[in-house]
Design a protein around this ligand. Structure first.
Ligand code: DSN
Length: 423
């Protein structure tokens, strides 16, 4: 019972050590990833993982919940403080295990099987859980989609036309690969015109919303879902917020509708992360995330790369390789991800609007600044990173260049260390 992980299970311990080294020495540019604080990790690794606590604080199906009740209430209180706007009373459920479960809970609360939901097309920046045919949201519900226009921005006229044509019960806004501000107010006008409920999935932009650097979905939206581990920099997990009148149906959709016992160690870690996000330093961090993305986007464009929508307003950008003057026209997202990975730069391949290739190949890559900014890298480093990306993508197959860039990447990462006492 008292043996440490290294003593009890050297095989698992070794993989964790290798992953710590990878996180320390490689440049993490996956737009949905970040580095949590040691305080968040301490909560995650705590004995709260042992506790069953189905139900809500003071209304549990198990005994011994007095302390986990307290921690869940702290998490709910802090989340409300982060996302509440004046004059709009909201409730919060911090139990969803992930963003997908948060979205499922809203659908279960708002829709019946066969009802229509209208969301952003996956290949135009949407998410699997916004009605993809391979996800339960596209199997259980009649999912229809809107797209971005030729300028790479959500086409609000098309959203309105689709809404008038299909009369959805729920309109879903939010994205997982969309680089521009989302106009929640404009969505609300359309939702009201067709009598639809409105949901925003702010998983990617939650940090900016919490700090006022992106417009809030409240009071326009009925439901707001998020993950807690992207720009919000908390543990992996999800959360649903809703206007107060929807909370009874949201709470029962989370449990018993979708989930069993909540993960109380994750909820404690969410509470810690929300506390961190309420501090003024977190707003400075989110502003730096935006400044870094802006600098990186500008440099990539000046090096001849085409970005979907011609730039970014947020923490991410999408390089459209097929439209980039500088990239080899045949270079796929899969190949780009691979050769950047060899140079210690981690990104993900991503579909782009009008995609001709499969999601496993793609014509684009998604690049984001939340994790590198947590290391305290700034605009100078962002420009250097953009140059490395441009060098690698314009010289596919140049092994010597990959080796040189990899060494420089490691050097930069060591100047901006993380988890100094680990690994
Ligand atoms: N996998 C997340 C992302 O990378 O955006 C969304 O679920």
């Amino acid at each position: 019972m008292e043996a440490t992980l290294s003593q009890a299970d050297p095989a698992v311990y070794a993989t964790i050590q290798s992953e710590i080294t990878r996180q320390k020495d490689d440049l993490e540019l996956i737009a949905s990833e970040n580095y949590v604080s040691r305080a968040v990790m301490d909560a995650l690794g705590s004995p709260l993982t042992n506790k069953y606590a189905e139900g809500l604080p003071k209304r549990r199906y198990y005994g011994g919940c007095e302390f986990v009740d307290e921690v869940e209430n702290i998490a709910r209180r802090r989340a409300r403080e982060l996302f509440m706007v004046a004059g709009c009373d909201i409730g919060v459920n911090v139990q969803p295990h992930a963003g997908a479960q948060a979205n499922q809970a809203v659908y279960l609360a708002a829709l019946k099987p066969g009802d229509t939901l209208l969301g952003l097309d996956l290949s135009h920046g949407g998410h699997l859980t916004h009605g993809s045919p391979v996800n339960s949201s596209g199997k259980l519900y009649n999912a229809v989609h809107y797209q971005v226009g030729a300028d790479g921005r959500i086409d609000m006229d098309l959203v309105r036309r689709r809404a008038l044509e299909h009369r959805p019960k729920l309109i879903v806004t939010g994205a997982s690969a969309y680089p521009r501000i989302i106009d929640f107010e404009a969505f609300k006008v359309i939702a009201d015109e067709v009598g639809a409920l409105l949901m925003a999935d702010i998983a990617h932009i939650a940090g900016m919303v919490a700090t006022g650097l992106h417009p809030s979905p409240f009071p326009h939206c009925d439901f707001v879902t998020t993950t807690t581990h992207k720009t919000l920099r908390g543990p992996r997990g999800g959360m649903v917020m809703a206007k107060r009148e929807h909370m009874p149906s949201i709470n029962s959709a989370v449990f018993p509708g979708n989930q069993g016992g909540p993960l109380m160690h994750c909820i404690a870690a969410k509470a810690v992360a929300f506390g961190e996000a309420l501090r003024p330093e977190f707003k400075s961090y989110c502003q730096q995330v935006l400044d870094n993305a802006d600098a990186m986007a500008d440099r990539l464009m000046s090096r001849g790369f085409a970005l979907v929508s011609g730039g970014t307003d947020n923490h991410l950008m999408l390089i459209d390789l097929a439209s980039s003057a500088s990239a080899d026209a045949d270079l796929t997202g899969k190949q780009a991800e691979h050769i950047l990975g060899l140079a210690g730069i981690t990104v993900n391949k991503n579909t782009v609007p009008g995609e001709q290739r499969s999601p496993m190949v793609t014509s684009g890559i998604r690049v984001g600044t939340p994790a590198m900014t947590t290391r305290e890298m700034g605009v100078t480093e962002s420009v250097q990173i953009a140059d490395w990306i441009a060098d690698i993508l314009t010289s596919a197959g140049d092994d010597a260049l990959q080796v040189r860039v990899k060494a420089e990447v490691t050097g930069m990462c060591r100047r901006f260390p993380i988890y100094s006492d680990l690994g």
